[in-house]
Write a protein that binds this ligand. Structure first.
Ligand code: MG
Ligand code: MG
Length: 258
């Protein structure tokens, strides 16, 4: 069942989503060669709890940490560890919090030191595809319009669109109906209505769209070992223009200073 949110509920989701953006910004400046994902995870957890919220992923289905940290060929759901990041790596960081009973969810892929031009391009194109998807999230359009915009744009660069993992509704639960695939056909799928809050989250591979699930039960990597990027916003469907409830502004402020 799809649950459409009241304005009051949307405000609470916005507060949670903005805290996710601030949490990203807390670690954005610390992402450099030599740092470990476990160090960043601890900082994020402390920051979330200091702000009166609870990490959404920790304990979710048994996930052990606050952040999903997925370097390089890892697509999503990477578990933080004590392996230092290297110059030229990328790291996809997914963060969720719950506060006042409502969730926020947002992901960003960061460069570690100096990355290759073709990797920069993967990040730029994936982020741009997120905003193309968001442009479609207006009342009267359909779920397939979102996925189509993302797929059409990213595939034009020869990239692979992950099929097995998709965006989702957000509210009192981290994952609600409907599913929001990053692929689709114009005019297909459920009709979008005002008050629908969804996470749109393209997971785009430099090579094949095929993925591989690891024995730890969590980590997803690309089947061919090529890099993968992930950007995610929590948004609400409105009449003429979707409203983005999460924010990359604080992240981008930190990155521009780097
Ligand atoms: Mg997420
Ligand atoms: Mg999500």
């Amino acid at each position: 069942m799809i649950y459409y949110k009241s304005e009051q509920e949307i405000e609470l989701i916005r507060e949670s989503s903005l805290l996710v953006g601030k949490t990203h910004a807390e670690i954005a400046g610390l992402i450099k060669p030599g740092v470990t994902t476990l160090e960043l995870d601890k900082i994020a957890e402390e920051f979330i709890r200091d702000n009166g919220a609870v990490p959404a992923f920790k304990g979710y289905g048994g996930f052990p940490n606050t952040l999903c940290m997925s370097p390089n060929e890892q697509v999503v759901h990477g578990i933080p560890n004590d392996i230092p990041l290297n110059d030229g790596d990328i790291i996809s960081v997914d963060c969720g919090v719950v506060m006042n009973s409502f969730y926020g969810d947002s992901a960003f892929t960061y460069e570690v030191g100096e990355v290759k031009e073709d990797v920069k391009k993967l990040l730029d194109v994936t982020k741009a595809s997120l905003y193309l998807g968001i442009e479609q999230a207006v009342s009267g359009k359909r779920i397939g319009d979102i996925g189509h915009a993302i797929q059409d744009y990213t595939e034009s660069f020869g990239y692979g669109v992950v099929r097995e993992m998709v965006g989702h509704g957000v509210g009192r639960n981290l994952h609600e109906s409907p599913e929001v695939p990053n692929y689709g056909k114009i005019g297909k799928g459920i009709k979008l209505k005002e008050g629908l809050v969804i996470a749109i989250e393209p997971m785009i591979n430099m090579g094949t769209k095929s993925i591989h699930q690891h024995a730890d039960g969590w980590t997803i990597t690309t089947a061919d070992g090529n890099f993968s990027a992930h950007f995610e916003h929590t948004i609400v469907v409105r009449k003429n223009k979707a409203e983005i409830l999460s924010s990359f502004k604080e992240i981008e402020k930190v990155l521009n200073k780097k």
